[in-house]
Structures are given as C-alpha cells and as structure tokens.
Design a protein around this ligand. Structure first.
Ligand code: GLU
Length: 357
C-alpha cells in the first residue's frame, strides 16, 4: 500500500514537472519586444482625475508596463527610457538616437519587435522619420495617449497593451512603421493628428487605417503607400544632425518676406504650408523663386488637413523651381526634405522622392 502511494506521488511529481516545463517552454516561446519610452501624455500625471491640467513625461517605463494587466502574457518585455519629454520638445537628436537604437536592437535575433511610447503632438513626424531610416521589416509601433495616466478613463494602458500585441505578432512584419491608438493601426505615411484632444485623434484620411487591434486581436486590411524601412534609400548611419528646414504658414496677405528671412537665418530648405492646393500669394511665390534660384528647395504642401497637392495645378512648379509634397502634410514634408538634403539633388529628383515616399 505504502509503495503504491509512493509510486503515485512520484508519478504526480513527474507530471507537475512536465507541466511546469511545458509552461516554461511556452514562456520561452513568447516574442521579445522592447519598449522605448520617450515621454508624452501616456507618461503624464496630473493632480485631479477629472481635470485637464497635467505635465507630460512624469512616469517611467517600468511603472507604465506594470500598470497594464496581462501585458507580460503577450511578450517578453524590456523597457528603455530614451527620453522623457512632451513631444512638442521632440528633437532631431532624439530622432537619431532612437533610430540608431532601433536598428541595433532589430539587427539581433533576440528582438522581434519594438514599441515606442511618444507624445501625440509630433508622433506622426517621428513615425514618418523612422519609416525612412529603420533598416528592418520587423514591427515598429508608436503609441501614446490623449489622457494622462492619472485621468479618469486613461486610455494609455490599453493603447500600450494593443501596441505590444501588434509588435509581438509575426503577421505585423512588412507594414513599415505603425501608429497604434484607439484600437486602430495606422501607417506612418498616412497617419495625421486630426483633433486637438479627444481619443480618436489619429486618422489616415487618404489611405484609411491599415488595420485594427481589439484587446490584442490584430487584423490588417491593407498595406501602406510608398517606400519605407528596408526599401528606403535613407539612412542615419554616421549622421549627427540634419539640415535646417523651416515651414512658412500661408494665409491671406501673408508677409512675402518670410521665405527670404528664413533663408537669411540659415534654412537649407523651405516647406510652404500653402493655402488650398499648396498655393501662396504672388509675393511669396516670387520669394520661393528667389530661394530655388539660390539652390534652396521649396516644397509646396497644404494647410488643408486632407488631400493631395497636385503636380499640375494652379502653380507651374517648373517656372518657380518648386516641388509638390503630394499627400505629405507640411510637417512630414519637412522630415523628407531634411533627409533628402543630406545629398545634392535636382528639382526633378526631389519631386520623384515626394512621389515615391
Ligand atoms: N504635448 C503632449 C505631447 O505631445 C500632449 C499630447 C499627448 O501626448 O497626447 O507629448
């Protein structure tokens, strides 16, 4: 009898060991995702759960991960604090540091995807910059939140959970850099911040969202437009800074000397947030011509939030030496011009970049 009990105990112990080995093996099989934190409202804190006042970039990445239930069931997670700023203070230096860190991490076999926590104000610019210079087809996902971590119904934890779910999913490979917020997956090329404060701020009015992620369930509907990541010609290898590019905001009777002043201040390229179809008044158009004649490219984007700036519209680009930004809004057109200016290019070559990227 005693021997039988002992045999049963041994069998039970072996079964337990096998079970725990199986659980361990399953844990080992989880994808490895690194979260690079840069600050923003998702890491913001205020004094009241119902007040709108708060300060960005207060909460550190480990505390943010620990605040999300079940997130460690999606992936083996590791956090790194790259910066802790409101994204109004995002800089070219942080962009280059971020891109280099991502390229180093993704070059290894031990990292399957990257999540970047980021303020929403300039998130589309960082996403688009990384889309040009990340050299991997593994998923790179930016996320953030509109409500600080201390707010009633703060949406940051679910956004972070969903961003990790997208970065950890093998089917997310090859979509370029993505923005995941409010259950939606957007491409870096298409996404725009459309509304000042509500949670549905990120939209892709021309392309549409690429997919959805509902409590971690990932669905893709289509790929993004344009060249990106492994197909992009751009790189930050050895790059320490980017050429200065300024943006002129056009309006009725805009001062025609703004472009001249920017050139005088050292701008190597200008983007005009034009009226309508990338348009500007006669004086500004003449200033654009002066700049392009001096070899300073001028790109016509639009202050209108949605649509394409036509190649052959009211302005004859060949006459003024200007270039159309196509679907890129002024802030993304600026990012492409800064990267393009790392090398000398003709007007035609520049225009081709705006068509291809
Ligand atoms: N200024 C903040 C930022 O961009 C607010 C936007 C946000 O994160 O939601 O960091």
């Amino acid at each position: 009898m005693k021997t039988k009990r002992m045999q049963m105990r041994t069998a039970l112990a072996s079964l337990m060991l096998l079970l725990s080995l199986a659980v361990f093996a399953q844990e080992k099989q989880l994808p490895n995702v690194v979260i690079l934190a840069t600050g923003g409202t998702i890491a913001g804190a205020g004094t009241s759960a119902t007040g709108s006042a708060y300060t960005s970039g207060q909460v550190k990445i480990e505390a943010m991960i620990d605040a999300v239930p079940n997130i460690r069931k999606l992936a083996n997670l590791r956090g790194e604090q790259i910066a802790n700023v409101g994204s109004q203070d995002m800089s070219v230096k942080i962009w280059i540091d971020l891109a280099n860190r991502i390229n180093t991490l993704l070059a290894g076999n031990d990292v399957d995807g990257i999540v970047i926590t980021h303020g929403t104000d300039t998130q589309e610019e960082t996403a688009y910059f990384l889309n040009l210079v990340v050299k991997s087809d593994k998923p790179v996902v930016l996320t953030g939140s509109m409500r600080p971590s201390t707010a009633l119904s703060a949406e940051g934890p679910l956004n972070l959970y969903n961003a990790v779910a997208v970065a950890a999913n093998p089917k997310s490979k090859g979509y370029g850099v993505m923005v995941v917020m409010n259950d939606e997956i957007h491409s870096a090329h298409g996404v725009k911040k459309m509304i000042t404060t509500p949670v549905q701020t990120f939209q892709s009015p021309e392309e549409g969202m690429m997919g959805t992620v509902i409590f971690g369930e990932v669905e893709f509907f289509h790929k993004t437009y344009g060249l990106n990541t492994v197909n992009s010609e751009f790189s930050v290898a050895g790059v320490k800074e980017l050429p200065r590019v300024d943006i002129v905001y056009a309006c009725a009777d805009v001062s025609p000397d703004l472009i001249d002043l920017m050139v005088k201040a050292g701008a190597k390229g200008i983007v005009v947030a034009g009226v309508g179809d990338g348009n500007m008044n006669a004086g500004t158009l003449e200033a654009a011509k002066r700049a392009t004649k001096m070899g300073i490219p001028v790109v016509r984007a639009s202050r209108v939030p949605v649509g394409t700036v036509l190649l052959k519209g009211e302005i004859n680009d060949e006459e003024y030496g200007t270039v159309s930004s196509m679907e890129l809004n002024p802030q993304k057109a600026r990012v492409l011009l800064m990267m393009a200016l790392l090398k000398k290019r003709s007007r035609e070559d520049l225009q081709k970049l705006y068509i291809d990227y």
